[in-house]
Structures are given as structure tokens and as C-alpha cells.
Write a new protein. Structure first.
Length: 766
């Protein structure tokens, strides 16, 4: 065989061998690949099995949920409304949230959130698997898992996983997905979107779009503009960072009101939201472009800094009263009642008139309205305005410049009233006692205490508005007392002129004749709650210094005094003061309802006369500063010893109001009660409704004689020789047939009356 042939055969053999070898390698590789694939599948199945077991265990350990009762697990803000049903305050612990129904949510708002948070919301069944796959890959590369949440998953996380919602863990994600599945199974898409928008946190303490719309824009949810809707939808990614307002300024902030700054750091995301809305055909591109504005152009914060809040004192008072009523009505503990108020979304329909409240708050802030103290500092003040008709509190300020919550409320705290107690304990009490004595056919049994020259003379058969009271020096227990504010004595006065000029000696004289017990009883009937009537106590109010001059042990509050003075124009009836009309739960069920109750303090005729007398204190007396334009006001000033406190308590046909000025530390003021009357008048003159309404007509049991008014039977000459001309009674006595019989009958009648009066007076004293 030729050598070349052998080499050819060898080459052929090598080629065949190499070919076989290559085939063997390929076959081996294919076998390895198959083995690897099988291994991967087996490992995957094992992982899936382990994952499934882990997921099953995790889900089995997750607390059961009921999406249909979702709102019951949420803390909802309670809202306080004024008497026109406008929200004036929200009450909550940590989460300011208010529920809004789906049909009330603007379409732009719903679409803005869908566009930027979950564009497949209407199509998916709780999960977006494409986004989840990307998140799983992210978890392998970065060790965390995020960015997969649909709106349904966010809802599940916000409501049921609030404590761990910031965790980036597979366990949390599994539970979240399971809850999302349950939610999708139990609720419609509309219900899910509604719940999401009511629960999402949007910064600055706002939970839900309703609270956010009020806080950031000062509007109801239905009034949001397109740009405002987009601004809210831009917040969930970083709500605290993106919060549209802040209390401190930084590079992205612009001042919009005192202590409040617009924060426009989220502008890019807001404009992205508008572009996405246009891409998804919710709005046009032109609408999107037109809505791309700086935040400062459309933000209008509905919140104020604490120092500017005019309703702080009223808010605290309402919360206290509602809590007490919940405790009484439902047997709640104090903490349970407060939890209901702060977390259960109640609706408190209050009696507050926002217009009156703003006027009061505005004027109390002005330093120019107040006198100085002896130490040169501005004093504090408190004012309460109530409805004469029903006792509803229309305004309450417990201080001049509120700052914070649960403040010291001077509107309900007590101070000595000074001379403002006189219409209750002295003059009103005297006319009422005269009325009651005359009604029984008795005369007044006066007592000569030996303190003065007048003794028992000059008063008449009854103490009336025309009774003569001498302003003269009195010596009590060896000392001259009391003194008048001007240090002088003016001599002859009447009941009416004595109160017009607030003469202390006259007030003490009349109060002594009224008697401590009767006077104290009347003060309590007027609603003054802390009168000390136990004479066994060293400090008590059963004396003229307290009852005639207002040096009460514990004092009175502006709220009590406003209600007490409402008795005069209200025909003698005292209404229970109240701050709300009714309270509803989140579903509109009425939990509490105020039922007006009134009690008679004075006879209507006595009340009418006292109203006329107190009007003359303003028109002809020392309280001219309290006069109003277009309506006659009435009332009484008060100044305490050492000028620690000055008051004006007064009324119009519609309102009664009490104003106190003083200091918390008993620092003397540099003036007497004039500034209190002037400020009262300045405030009331700014209330339009104060000039509406009319005083009650003169009752049938009031007669006018000689220019003065009397309740029937107390006027001079009545029941003796003749009836006054104004008396219209038809049962006049027959003319006597014999003068002897007439004199005899008259003598016997006087004797019998005298004995009967003595017995009745002694009995009354006991």
C-alpha cells in the first residue's frame, strides 16, 4: 500500500474519531443541561413548596379581617359645627380623618390618584403581577421589596398593617397581598377606592382627602380644583416631606399666613400626575398644562397657628360638656367618653355663632381696649354671650390671646363680682319679695338696725323702684361702713337712682331689709353655684359685704353672670346654659340632644321692671359706655375692692353678655369699671343681630303711677283709701253705708293684717 494511502486512511480515521468525540460531548452537554434544568425545576418546586408553606403559615397566623366594617377600626376625627352647620374645629388624638362617600368625591380627584398610583386599578383583582415580578427581582439585587402595591394593597397596608407598614419584608408583603385579595372579594371597586381615599395619609396630620382638602385648601371636598386634586395625589409617596404646608420655612416654602408656609417641594410629582392624567385620557393636555401652577397660587390653608385660634376656649368647653353628658347618658367612664370624642368621628352641632365669636376674639386681643395694671401690665379678660331666648352660648372667650389646648378658661372660672351682684341679690330680690308679700296680702315688716338715721322710714309699704333710700354715713360695729366709690354721700335717692349710680350704702340698706336668707336664695335661683350659705364656716356669704357688695367667698363666672342677666329680658325665666344642640355618631345616629329647660326666677312683672331699671343704668347712670346704636341696652357695672376685677354684665332683647377684666394674680387695675362697660358696648355694637328683636311687652300685672312702675298691689295707696287710676280691676269694694262701720272695719282690717304679717315674716325667717 502506498504511503500516501496510509496517511489518507489515518486522516479519515481521525476525522471520524473527532466527529464521534464531538457528538459525545454534545450529548454529554445536553444531558448536563437537562440535569441542570431538572435541578432548577426541582429546586424551584421545592422553593415554591417551601414558599407556599411559608405563605400558608403566614396567612394562617394573620388576624382575620372584615372589610365591610373597615371604618370601625379607624380613628376618625370628631367635628364641631357652629349654629350655621359650618365646621369650626376638628378633634382627634393623632389622626385627623373624616369620611367622605364615593359619590361626593370629585372625578378629578379619583382619576388623579389612579393615574399616578395604579393605572390598572379598574382591571386587576388586587395585584399587578408585572410590577410584582420586577419587585421580586429588586429584592434579589437590593435585599428589599417595594414598589409593587396597587391601591387595594395600599388600603390593606394602611388599615390593617399600620404598625408594620414601613417594613420591606416578604412576610409583610404576603399578608398585604392576602388582605388585598379579601378586600377585592368583599368590596366593589368603588368601595375600595372610597376607603383608600378616606384612609391614605397626606401629611400635616391629615388622614384622608376630606381632612386634607380642608387643611390645605380650606374648601369642602367637592370644591377642589384640578390642580388641587393633583397636589393631593402627589403626596402619598412621601407625605411628611411633601406636606403642602409647614410651620417652619425652608428653601421650597413661601409664607401664606402667620406661622404657615406653602411647601412646593412636590411640584414635579404634581405635574407628573397631570401628565399621566392626560396620557390616560382623564383630562386633555390643555387642561393639564393650565393646571401646572405654583402651589402658592392655589393653596389656602384652612388652619391657623394656635395663637390665632379664636374658638380654643369654646372647643375645650364643648368637649368637657359632651364628655360629661356621654358619661351620664351611657354610663361611660371619663376616659371612654373622651375616646369616643377623639376617635369615633362624632358630629357635634354647637350653639356658637361664628360671627359673634370673631368679634369678641378680635376686640379682646387689642391692647388699646384695656386699662393698665398698677404694675404697668395689660390685664386678662373673659367674655360670654348667650341667647336670651334659650340660654345657648353664642360666644365664649376665656382669655385674650389663646395658645394651645386645654387652657385656663376664665369664662368658666370664678372671680368676685363686685356691684354687678346687686341686681340679683339686692334690687331684683327686693322687688320679688315685695311682689310675693303683696300677693299674700302682707306688708313689709321693716327692721331698724340702728346703723343709720333713716331707720325704717321712706320705703313705703313695699320696697319698689320709687322707695326712698338715703345715701348717708352708716356705722356698723363701731366703724363707718360701707364707703361709696367717690368717698361721698349724696343724701336722698330712690331705689332707681341708687342702682343707676351704684351707691353702696343704699344697696346695703335694701339688702339688710331683704334679709340674708332671702337674698342668698335669690342669688342661687339666678344660677350662681358657689355661694357659701353655711354660717358655721368662718368664710361664708351670709352677710351684706358678700350679698350687697359682691365680696363672695368663691365668686361667680362670666358664664353664670351672662345667664343670670338673661333672666331680666326673658320675663323672669332662667334657661339652662348649653353649648350644643345635638351630637351624632359617624352614621348620623343622634347620641345626645339638648332639651331646653327653664325655671322661673322672677315674676314676669318684676323682671320687666328690673329690665327697665337696668336700661336706665345705661341711659342715665354710670354705665353710659355700654350704650348701643339702634337698640336700648341694660346692665350693671361691677368693681371689686382694690380694683382687682371690673365687670359689665348686660343685655339686649336677643343677647345677654358678661365681660370681666382683671389679672390672675390680683394686681390692681388703674381704673374702675368704665372700660369694661365701654368694651362691652364696642363689641356688642359690631353684632348686627344685636339690634334686632324687641323687649317683652309690659305684663298685665305691672302698673304705672307717677312716672314709676310697680307690680300690682305694691304701688302707693293700693288697698287702702283708693285705687290708682291705672288700676283696671272691676271688683272695687262697695261704698260703706255708715262712716262708723267703715272706721271700725278699717281698724279691724289693719289690726288683722299687722298680726298676720308679723306671723308670716317670723315664719319666713325661720
Amino acid at each position: 500500500m502506498a504511503r500516501s494511502d496510509r496517511y489518507g486512511q489515518i486522516e479519515e480515521s481521525e476525522k471520524a474519531y473527532n466527529k464521534i468525540r464531538k457528538k459525545s460531548k454534545k450529548k454529554k452537554k445536553r444531558g448536563c443541561l437537562k440535569a441542570l434544568i431538572m435541578l432548577i425545576i426541582i429546586v424551584g418546586l421545592i422553593c415554591c413548596a417551601i414558599g407556599g408553606i411559608y405563605a400558608a403559615i403566614t396567612i394562617s397566623q394573620a388576624p382575620a379581617i372584615n372589610p365591610k366594617t373597615m371604618y370601625e377600626s379607624l380613628n376618625l376625627s370628631t367635628y364641631i359645627y357652629d349654629n350655621k352647620d359650618k365646621v369650626i374645629e376638628s378633634v382627634y388624638y393623632d389622626e385627623n380623618r373624616r369620611i367622605c362617600h364615593y359619590e361626593d368625591l370629585p372625578e378629578n380627584l379619583k382619576n388623579a390618584f389612579i393615574a399616578i398610583e395604579d393605572k390598572t386599578f379598574w382591571k386587576h383583582h388586587g395585584f399587578n403581577f408585572k410590577r410584582m415580578g420586577g419587585a421580586v427581582l429588586q429584592s434579589v439585587t437590593s435585599g428589599g421589596i417595594s414598589g409593587t402595591s396597587t391601591i387595594t394593597q395600599q388600603l390593606a397596608r394602611n388599615v390593617y398593617l399600620a404598625d408594620i407598614k414601613s417594613e420591606r419584608s416578604i412576610k409583610r408583603k404576603i399578608i398585604e397581598m392576602y388582605y388585598a385579595y379579601v378586600i377585592e372579594r368583599e368590596l366593589s371597586k368603588e368601595e375600595i377606592l372610597e376607603s383608600y381615599l378616606n384612609t391614605i395619609y397626606l401629611g400635616y396630620g391629615c388622614y384622608g382627602v376630606t381632612s386634607a382638602s380642608k387643611t390645605y385648601f380650606g374648601v369642602d371636598i367637592g370644591d377642589l380644583s384640578l390642580e388641587q386634586c393633583a397636589a393631593l395625589a402627589a403626596l402619598p409617596q412621601a407625605p411628611d416631606t411633601y406636606a403642602l404646608i409647614k410651620s417652619e420655612k425652608d428653601e421650597y416654602c413661601t409664607k401664606v399666613k402667620k406661622g404657615i408656609y406653602a411647601n412646593d417641594i412636590s411640584r414635579d410629582r404634581r405635574e407628573l400626575c397631570l401628565d399621566l392624567m392626560a396620557d390616560q385620557e382623564f383630562i386633555s393636555e390643555n387642561e393639564a398644562d393650565a393646571a401646572k401652577k405654583p402651589l402658592v397660587d392655589f393653596i389656602k390653608p384652612g388652619v391657623s397657628t394656635a395663637s390665632n385660634t379664636s374658638t380654643s376656649y369654646f372647643k375645650d368647653y364643648v368637649i368637657d360638656q359632651v364628655a360629661k353628658d356621654l358619661m351620664n347618658e351611657y354610663g361611660k367612664s371619663e376616659q371612654e367618653a373622651l375616646n369616643m370624642i377623639y376617635t369615633k368621628g362624632l358630629k357635634i352641632h354647637s350653639t356658637l355663632d361664628s360671627k359673634i365669636q370673631k368679634v369678641v376674639a378680635k376686640e379682646l386681643k387689642k391692647d388699646s381696649n384695656f386699662p393698665n395694671t398698677a404694675k404697668g401690665k395689660k390685664p386678662e379678660a373673659a367674655m360670654v354671650v348667650v341667647s336670651v331666648k334659650n340660654g345657648a352660648i353664642r360666644a365664649m372667650a376665656g382669655g385674650r390671646k389663646p395658645d394651645g389646648e386645654q387652657l385656663y378658661n376664665r369664662a368658666t372660672a370664678t372671680r368676685q363680682p363686685g356691684s354687678s351682684i346687686k341686681p340679683l341679690a339686692v334690687y331684683g330680690a327686693a322687688l320679688q319679695k315685695s311682689f310675693e308679700l303683696a300677693e299674700k296680702g302682707h306688708r313689709w315688716d321693716y327692721v331698724n338696725y340702728g346703723y343709720d338715721k333713716q331707720g325704717t322710714s321712706g320705703y313705703g309699704s313695699y320696697i319698689t323702684a320709687s322707695s326712698r333710700v338715703n345715701d348717708e354715713k352708716m356705722v356698723v360695729n363701731g366703724k363707718v361702713w360701707p364707703y361709696n366709690s367717690n368717698g361721698a354721700f349724696t343724701g336722698k335717692n330712690t331705689f332707681r337712682t341708687a342702682i343707676q349710680q351704684s351707691i353702696n350704702t343704699c344697696a346695703v340698706k335694701i339688702q339688710l331689709q331683704v334679709g340674708n336668707q332671702y337674698s342668698a336664695d335669690m342669688v342661687q335661683r339666678f344660677g350662681i353655684s358657689l355661694l357659701v350659705t353655711d354660717t358655721s364656716k368662718a368664710a361664708n356669704d351670709m352677710n351684706a359685704a358678700s350679698l350687697a357688695l359682691g365680696g363672695l367667698t368663691y365668686g361667680v363666672s362670666p358664664l353664670e353672670m351672662a345667664l343670670a342677666y338673661s333672666v331680666f329680658p326673658n320675663g323672669g325665666k332662667l334657661n339652662e346654659g348649653h353649648c350644643y344642640t345635638y351630637v351624632e355618631d359617624r352614621d348620623g345616629k343622634v347620641l345626645l340632644e339638648h332639651k331646653n329647660t327653664a325655671k322661673e326666677v322672677l315674676d314676669p312683672g318684676v323682671a320687666w321692671i328690673m329690665t327697665d331699671v337696668l336700661k336706665s343704668v345705661v341711659s342715665r347712670g354710670i354705665a353710659g359706655g355700654a350704650s348701643l346704636s339702634g337698640i336700648q341696652s341694660g346692665g350693671k357695672t361691677g368693681t371689686t375692692q382694690d380694683q382687682f376685677d371690673i365687670w359689665f354684665d348686660g343685655f339686649t332683647p336677643r343677647y345677654a353678655a358678661s365681660l370681666w377684666i382683671g389679672t390672675d394674680q390680683n394686681v390692681p387695675l388703674t381704673t374702675m369699671s368704665g372700660p369694661a362697660a365701654s368694651l362691652w358696648g364696642k363689641i356688642m355694637n359690631q353684632i348686627p343681630k344685636v339690634k334686632k328683636g324687641k323687649y317683652k311687652s309690659m305684663p298685665s300685672d305691672v302698673v304705672k303711677l307717677g312716672g314709676e312702675y310697680y307690680t300690682m298691689g305694691t304701688q302707693p295707696g293700693y288697698g287702702e283709701n283708693e285705687l290708682p287710676e291705672s288700676d283696671t280691676r272691676t271688683d272695687k269694694p262697695d261704698e260703706p253705708t255708715k262712716k262708723k262701720d267703715e272706721k271700725s272695719d278699717k281698724k279691724d282690717k289693719k289690726s288683722n293684717i299687722k298680726e298676720k304679717v308679723k306671723k308670716d315674716v317670723k315664719k319666713a325667717k325661720k
